[in-house]
Design a protein around this ligand. Structure first.
Ligand SMILES: NC(=O)c1ccc[n+]([C@@H]2O[C@H](COP(=O)([O-])OP(=O)(O)OC[C@H]3O[C@@H](n4cnc5c(N)ncnc54)[C@H](OP(=O)(O)O)[C@@H]3O)[C@@H](O)[C@H]2O)c1
Length: 299
């Protein structure tokens, strides 16, 4: 197959699976998971990359348990900071470009409009701090690199909010049809972001690879929504009669603080005329309707 040879870490993860699937349609792609090598093991990382000699490394492996990181700081740091440094050094050694996936949680959420790449980060959580440190490791140790900040991912690989909400909606309908008592789904209305389909990230990543883009890029769907708005959108698109109620984040208190509004603006891609990310509702409709049978179990 013509074109660059890609190596995708975290290939069994939510993002990694769609990167392997969609980029595999156009490129030679090697997907690796923890069973191939632990990214914290510098020697194992180096020897694998020297053997495979990829042209581009897409680093999607990470410690992503936002709440768990608050009490498991050392593990989050070793995977997200040291592991990323290992990937960056080894990529440089074999002459590969590196693409590192980061997060909207590098921001504190205090800004009243979507964040652009030039806005100063200020993570609220351990997870956010380790991902920001991973960005720095990439910038310092990789040769050619791009950092892609993504957010609120959904796709066929779960768990994610969209799949969980569809499941909860299906359960509500089943109960109502069985004459059982139904309680509305409660979804947080004061946490706002950009829900993004992993397939769209794969498409945009292809553009980043083909144009050898370098630097920091926000890569999220256009538009923004609270979790409550997103839940409402899901049932409107599916045309399901499901009761959803808005609630404050304080009602579902969790160990890690989260930004109130962490929507991202794809400003850098737009300035290059290379933003291919779609409106979040258009992408959500395509995801739900093209995968309806599989996601809803035929309901
Ligand atoms: N999910 C979101 O909403 C979201 C939002 C913003 C940013 N992101 C970023 O997007 C990227 C992908 O996230 P995701 O949701 O796809 O995560 P995920 O589903 O948890 O997948 C991450 C993968 O990383 C691998 N991994 C973890 N520790 C490893 C280690 N020590 N060595 C090798 N592999 C290891 C795991 O491999 P095994 O399966 O083999 O154990 C796992 O499949 C991450 O950088 C994350 O920070 C995600």
């Amino acid at each position: 197959m013509a074109g660059p040879k890609l190596l995708v870490t975290g290939c069994r993860g939510r993002l990694g699976r769609d990167l392997v699937h969609f980029l595999g349609l156009d490129f030679e792609v090697i997907g690796v998971g923890r069973s191939d090598f632990d990214i914290r093991d510098e020697k194992a990382v180096g020897s694998f990359l020297r053997r495979v000699r990829p042209d581009v490394v897409l680093h999607a492996a990470a410690y992503v348990d936002v709440d768990g990181a608050e009490s498991d700081r050392e593990l989050a740091e070793s995977v997200n900071v040291d592991g990323t440094a290992n990937m960056a050094r080894a990529s440089r050694e074999v002459g590969a470009r590196m693409i590192y996936f980061s997060t909207d949680y590098v921001f504190d959420g205090a800004k009243k409009s979507p964040y652009i790449e030039a806005d100063p980060p200020n993570p609220l959580s351990v997870y956010g701090r380790t991902k920001l440190a991973g960005e720095r490791q990439t910038e310092v140790h990789a040769g050619g690199y791009a950092v892609l900040r993504v957010a609120r991912l959904y796709g066929l690989a779960g768990p994610n909010f969209v799949l969980a909400t569809v499941k909860a909606g299906a359960e509500q309908i089943r109960r109502r049809n069985a004459g059982e008592k139904v309680t509305p789904i409660r979804a947080v209305d004061d946490r706002i972001g950009s829900p993004t389909w992993t397939a769209d990230i794969a498409v945009q990543t292809k553009v980043v690879i083909e144009n050898e883009l370098t630097g920091m890029f926000h890569v999220t769907a256009e538009g923004e929504a609270s979790w409550y708005r997103l839940a409402r959108d899901i049932f409107e698109i599916l045309e399901w009669d499901v009761a959803v109620e808005a609630c404050p984040a304080s009602e579902q208190a969790r160990p890690a603080p989260r930004p109130a509004r962490s929507s991202l603006e794809n400003a850098a891609l737009k300035s290059l005329g290379l933003n291919f990310m779609r409106g979040y509702r258009v992408a959500l409709s395509e995801f739900l309707l093209t995968n309806k049978e599989r996601i809803t179990g035929g309901l």
